[in-house]
Design a protein around this ligand. Structure first.
Ligand code: ADP
Ligand code: MG
Length: 610
């Protein structure tokens, strides 16, 4: 075939300029991928026009109809024809692509949509005494005509892609397209909290079915943003989120990041904005992931709403036709800013854990009869206590060793001295610690909590130059599958730095000479087998750091107090005190909470006393 091609005379045509309609259709392929991208362009235009209300109506997932109505500044009748012409925009002065204060600037959306659909624009410019309309059908313009409209602009897109049937084939189900439209609107609505939004499905005619309704925010911009976040991500996100604010060399980061215990099964609750523009940026997404890498297991995703702001010259928003991606001049700076700000914010949240899971757990506390209104109300309020600040316990920690408790626990203490996680009162089912706090009770999952503490101890030791090793009295020989054996031996150097000494023992065996000291006495064979698994599971993942974190996580599990082990009061209190002093102790290595709390007031409500 290739040979034949060499022999062929190319059938060369002279270079010609593309017809405008063809050029627009090509551009449409990039700008308008699916109904949601048309919605995005039209709503961005409405926001650029200063709209306070944007109403979006769709039919058949946006395939048969998208109608966006706004109360913005409108388009003068004399400019309607220009608005649908390629590369015509009112949003750039001169050639400056740096100081962009609008979503749009490429002047491509309307001509692109007009090239592949039936587009009509009706608009009444501010101060004009009449409205006008223009229609474009598959790139063909109809003359501007007078129309009726009180204010603003209504853009209607019918039969998207009817002019490019190949594109139609790529569309997903109406339901999936509708979901994508909703998602697009949610992102834009977070970017514009002052504007009210409505999304309706009018497939069945009439006023349609409301899919989303957001009131415009008030004058207080901060309050408006908070209200919008609550409306879009839900009250549980707000309850579980911590504010983030940081600046580095003129790049500012603000927003909210959820506690790791509020993680999701997908990245659906990640909203990133750069200079007010919603982006799906890899750099930022990666930085967000990195900040939580240590706190979440595989397959769990952090939830966050983050805004980056910087001078226009430091970020290029013109690298993607739909402007979903951006390019930072100083990517390292931005990544570092996001990772460190989030890490600090999360560390500041200390041993706080999510309220959400606690709520679900409360079901078990409910009385057997139909729950009373008071009990339901109590359920609503069941949550982890606010952030404690307990500097004193950090010091206490150094004296008290977890595995070798010295003094008996105090029986009772004056209220002021009760530490945030309370004083241990009982161990339940050899699995849970029940502690009395100043104003309620705390229930701790002893294994989960201890595992996290060991993990943090191991990491701290590694950061300080290496995890101390504890030599075994008799070295232990462990047989492994051939592949696992060589994987463990390849990592021997790194494992030694984690306090685990392994050597080849011929064939498929390794000899374990020492185990990590922070783990205490542990089953060396089981530990090595588990690590072989961890190394295999992470084999595809190149960064060594990620692999070692997984190894440390496995190791911690081995050093932890198992569920089922009986503990005395001193041991339990030592565990509580160490939790208070350890960052990230509110969740275990698998992202589950390590403790839950119930306040006295809530208990009283459960019993109908309040
Ligand atoms: P861009 O937004 O990049 O300028 P568009 O093709 O989306 O390009 O729109 C072209 C022009 O039409 C805009 O610059 C704006 O002047 C005008 N326009 C479009 N939609 C609206 C609207 N809803 N309200 C007011 N003006 C609009
Ligand atoms: Mg536009």
């Amino acid at each position: 075939m290739n040979l034949a091609r060499h022999d062929m005379q190319p059938d060369r045509a002279p270079i010609r300029r593309l017809e405008e309609a063809t050029a627009n259709r090509i551009a449409a392929g990039e700008v308008v991928e699916r109904p949601a991208s048309a919605v995005k362009e039209l709503v961005e235009n409405a926001l650029d026009a200063g709209a306070r209300h944007v109403d979006v109506a769709i039919a058949a997932g946006g395939r048969s109809l998208i109608r966006v109505a706004d109360d913005g500044c409108g388009i003068p009748a004399g400019e309607l024809a220009l608005a649908v012409e390629r590369h015509a925009t009112s949003k750039i002065k001169g050639g400056d692509l740096v100081d962009l204060h609008h979503f749009g600037f490429r002047g491509e959306a309307l001509p692109s949509i007009g090239a592949v659909a039936r587009l009509s624009i009706t608009s009444r410019a501010q101060g004009a005494d009449a409205a006008a309309a223009i229609e474009v059908t598959a790139g063909k313009l109809a003359p501007v005509r007078p129309a009726a409209l009180a204010r603003g602009t209504v853009v209607e897109v019918r039969d998207l892609f009817f002019a490019t049937p190949a594109r139609l084939k790529f569309l997903r189900s109406e339901m999936a397209e509708q979901r994508a439209i909703t998602e697009t609107l949610r992102r834009l609505a977070l970017a514009a909290p002052a504007t009210g939004f409505q999304l309706r499905d009018i497939s069945d005619g009439g006023a349609g079915r409301s899919l989303m309704r957001l009131e415009p925010g008030g004058f207080d911009a901060d309050g408006a943003l908070r209200a919008r976040i609550r409306a879009i991500l839900g009250p549980q996100f707000v309850e579980n989120a911590i504010p983030v604010a940081a600046e580095r060399e003129g790049v500012r980061l603000s927003g909210f990041a959820a506690l790791p215990t509020y993680s999701r099964g997908a990245s659906v609750q990640q909203f990133l904005f750069v200079n007010g523009r919603p982006v799906e940026d890899r750099l930022l997404g990666g930085a967000l992931r990195a900040a939580y890498a240590d706190l979440l297991p595989r397959g769990r995703y952090p939830a966050a709403v983050l805004f980056i702001a910087c001078e226009g010259a430091r970020v290029d928003v013109n690298v993607h036709p739909a402007k979903a991606e951006v390019r930072f001049r100083e990517p390292g700076l931005v990544r570092g800013l996001v990772v460190s700000a989030l890490t600090h914010a999360l560390a500041g949240a200390g041993h706080r854990s999510a309220t959400t899971i606690s709520r679900a757990a409360l079901g078990a506390f409910r009385p057997p009869e139909a729950p009373s209104a008071a009990a339901r109300q109590a359920a609503e309020r069941f949550q982890a206590p606010p952030l404690p600040s307990a500097p004193g316990f950090a010091e206490a920690l150094g004296a008290q060793s977890w595995s070798a408790p010295a003094e008996p626990a105090p029986e009772a203490a004056p209220e002021a001295e009760i530490p945030p996680l309370g004083l241990a009162r009982a161990q339940l089912h050899e699995t849970y610690i029940l502690a009395q706090t100043a104003d309620g009770v705390v229930l701790v999952d002893q294994h989960a909590a201890h595992e996290r503490l060991v993990y943090e101890r191991m990491k701290a030791a590694r950061a300080e130059g290496g995890v101390p090793a504890q030599s075994l009295l008799t070295p232990e020989v462990v047989e492994l599958p051939a592949e696992a054996c060589s994987r463990v031996l390849e990592a021997a150097g790194e494992l030694a730095a984690l306090g685990l000494d392994v050597e080849p023992f011929g064939g498929r065996a390794v000899c374990v000479r020492a185990t990590p000291a922070p783990l205490g006495p542990c089953d060396a064979a089981a530990l090595v087998r588990d690590i072989a698994d961890a190394l295999q599971a992470e084999a595809g993942e190149d960064p060594l750091r990620t692999r070692l974190d997984a190894v440390i996580s496995r190791m911690s599990c081995h050093g932890s107090v198992r569920a089922g082990r009986r503990m005395n009061a001193a041991e339990m209190n030592a565990l509580l005190r160490e939790m208070e002093a350890t960052p990230f102790s509110g969740q275990c290595n698998h992202g589950r909470p390590t403790w839950v709390a119930l306040s006295l007031a809530d208990i009283e409500r459960l019993f109908g006393r309040r």
